[in-house]
Design a protein around this ligand. Structure first.
Ligand SMILES: Nc1ncnc2c1ncn2[C@@H]1O[C@H](COP(=O)(O)OP(=O)(O)OP(=O)(O)O)[C@@H](O)[C@H]1O
Ligand SMILES: [Mg+2]
Length: 334
């Protein structure tokens, strides 16, 4: 009887950043890099060239920069994949291969791990086989795919090492999740006993909606900003303007109201009939702080997920630990 799998990895390829949470030999590691990939080219500066080689992968025989290198060297010509068939593109594969490269750089061998990946809730059933196939070309580890909105729920129900949390009970508690990402906001409902409610699951627009609104409102003032800059400005509320920091808090407030309205509208449609009877609503994902106060004003049992930006990869990592344990138990009983 051989127990080959030893580590747990939550691998979340988001449209703004790739977040990876690993747990191997009792130690936890988090990785984050921008979701940008662009065809590689020669860099003349030696130091930068060395750094670029750490962030270069080969897809279909062609080299790609990924992460920070792609963002800095690619300039405005590279974009994140704001389309539903993103996982079929070479850029997506470059981000996946890039993530595995960064995991290996930490001395962790993905071939020895249970790896859980996520997809937007609305694309999960359509794309999970393709995602699994693609991951299977990058690693011999055991790959599972889950709807990304499920992960923050597992993050709450399981503790750091994948045991049932002492503070919550999957058997008796019912929770909803509103996970605010860049491309999508994912919503789901889990009834007591871990029962997924199909009709309450769906996806709506993410923070890109607000970044786009900010970009357009700045354009009307003759200040041209790109999507990356607009996304940053949603948090910093400033834009660099010929050596000065332009205060754009009013524009950010207007832009943010578009996503708040959209998230509230869709959350209401999907979970309103159940919400009063729930133990709570987890507000997760990078964009959670943008909508939390307004959702809490409507639903006082809303809670902000711990480490909200990593809430998907962390929940998947914890669930991977459960899978690892179940696999070990079944191999003992064989
Ligand atoms: N503290 C914060 N306050 C406000 N916004 C934030 C904060 N941290 C991150 N964000 C923004 O939240 C957005 C969503 O981030 P997240 O990493 O969850 O998206 P993603 O997983 O890449 O996207 P998707 O899940 O749609 O593919 C990003 O645009 C990010 O800039
Ligand atoms: Mg995400």
């Amino acid at each position: 009887m051989e127990i080959r799998l030893q580590g747990a990895v939550g691998f979340d390829i988001g449209h703004s950043s790739v977040k990876i949470s690993c747990f191997v030999n009792g130690a936890k590691h988090d990785i984050i890099f921008p979701s940008v990939a662009t065809p590689a080219f020669t860099i003349s500066d030696e130091n930068e060239e060395r750094r670029a080689s750490d962030e270069t992968v080969v897809v279909n025989g062609k080299s790609y920069f990924f992460g920070k290198t792609a963002l800095i060297q690619g300039g405005l010509s590279c974009s994140t994949g704001l389309s539903e068939n993103w996982i079929e593109t070479p850029e997506y594969e470059a981000l996946m291969r890039g993530g595995f490269k960064k995991i290996r750089a930490l001395g962790i061998e993905p071939d020895d791990c249970v790896i859980i990946m996520g997809l937007p809730t609305s694309l999960h059933s359509r794309q999970k086989a393709a995602l699994k196939r693609l991951a299977g070309e990058c690693t011999k580890g055991r790959v599972l795919v889950m709807p990304q909105s499920l992960a923050p729920y597992h993050g709450m129900m399981l503790d750091e090492i994948g045991n049932p949390s002492s503070r919550h009970s999957m058997e008796s508690e019912a929770w909803a999740v509103v996970e605010v990402g860049y491309f999508t906001t994912d919503i789901m409902l889990m009834q007591a006993g871990g029962m997924w409610v199909e009709k309450a699951a769906g996806s709506s627009r993410g923070v890109a909606l607000a970044a786009d609104a900010l970009m357009r409102s700045m354009g009307e003032k003759d200040v041209t900003v790109d999507m990356n800059e607009a996304e940053q400005a949603l948090q910093t509320k400033t834009i660099k303007y010929f050596g000065e920091n332009l205060d754009v808090s009013k524009e950010v407030e207007n832009a943010t109201s578009s996503i708040v309205a959209d998230v509230l509208d869709n959350s209401k449609k999907l979970i309103e009939p159940h919400v009063r009877k729930l133990d709570g609503v987890i507000i997760a994902g990078g964009g959670a702080p943008l909508v939390f106060e307004e959702i809490k004003a409507k639903w006082p049992h809303a809670v902000l997920a711990d480490n909200h930006r990593f809430s998907v990869s962390e929940g998947m990592r914890r669930y991977a630990l459960v899978t690892l344990r179940l696999d070990a138990m079944s191999s003992f009983s064989r």
